[in-house]
Design a protein around this ligand. Sequence first.
Ligand SMILES: [Fe+2]
Ligand SMILES: [Fe+2]
Length: 244
Amino acid sequence: METRVDEIAARVYRLSTFLPAVGPKGFTFNQFLIDAEQPLLFHCGQRSLFPSVSRAVTTIMDLRRLRWITFSHIEADECGALGEWLAAAPDATVTHGAIGCAIWLNDQAPRPPRALADGEVLDLGGRRVRRLDTPHVPHCWDAGLLYEETTGTLFTSDLLTHLGNPAPVTDGDILEPAMAAERHFGYTPLSPRTGATIRRLARLEPRTLAVMHGSSFSGAGAPLLDRLADFYDDLLAKSGASRG
Ligand SMILES: [Fe+2]
Ligand SMILES: [Fe+2]
């Protein structure tokens, strides 16, 4: 198992591990490191990935510098290795939305978490990240995403998931493969709020989309997210029609 490292925006690193046996074409599991005065890790990866991903981080910085650990939602690839990361980085604090702290971290985290409100900003020193609550998008009640204001990077978690082991960053089309993956896995619970939640993200006008499974996207993020919102609205409308 090997984790490759690519800088997808200034001092924003993608740590990508390809697992060929997952799904019909293999699957990438991507964590992201923001190397600021107070470095932040977005997504922990599964416990089985920790040796490889943590080794990749050491090619960028000393693990013990890590100050913040956060993730979109409670699931093994998003936060399975939380305990391992907290043990390796004694000054790191785990942070998550209020719901995620209430339903999981306050009880399960090895150290007390720091709850972030919707829209709250963490100043990392040279980089600023804003927490955005996105309940049930891509899935799970506690779901939220992170937006780094300095580089205009939106960390999309499972939104825009696509299969295989494509290029680390692209300015090409990731929407078609993402829609195909959604049709294949059906991982997003559709609700009348799904499209609106994604359109709120589009209004940030991100310049980079840091995608957890597949290529990151460099370019105008707003039109892509608006089209993704339209796709989910359409899926919801069709699911209602099929229920008759
Ligand atoms: Fe997930
Ligand atoms: Fe994921």
